[in-house]
Design a binder for this molecule. Sequence first.
Ligand code: IMP
Ligand code: MG
Length: 173
Amino acid sequence: MTQELVPVLSQADIHERVKGLAERISDDYGPTGLIILGVLKGAFVFLADLVREISIPVRIEFIQVASYGAGMETSGEVKLIKGLEINLENRHVLVVEDIIDSGLTIAYLLDHLEKMRPKSVRVCTLIDKKGRREVDIPIDYVGHSVDSGFLVGYGLDYNEKYRGLPGVYHLKQ
Ligand code: IMP
Ligand code: MG
């Protein structure tokens, strides 16, 4: 089976998007800051770059969910693998995702987080894959939108491969 990697976002493209998002986030939240909640594993590269461009105080936490198993299709079933160790009550929380596809993962997460009574919850994603959305979730900060296709690189994987690529690619096979 041959796989082809077609460039979608270069390192320079990503840097520009990340800077723009970080500026908006810094302006929107201001000096009281926020909790950045990264969704493992895919968001780790994006989050690392994003927090270094944000100019207000941030606390960084991680949560891990799984919905995919191996392959390119969501199983539709979301599982919490690593929960939160802090109390979110009355805090401003920004969930940082690598990519939102069906929306099932983020819908599950938002539901889970709301139970902790945060002051606000917003969503930031590097990539909004709009074409296969099954639940309508408002996404506050979007780096780049695509309609479809399976993307890898910059944290995004296919069966745990390609996360270390510096750009984002469309995996064609
Ligand atoms: P959703 O629940 O269908 O929105 O899928 C969200 C999760 O599936 C993301 O956090 C990714 O981990 C994974 N995912 C969805 N689309 C892609 C893709 O194109 N490449 C790599 N991972 C993906
Ligand atoms: Mg993910």
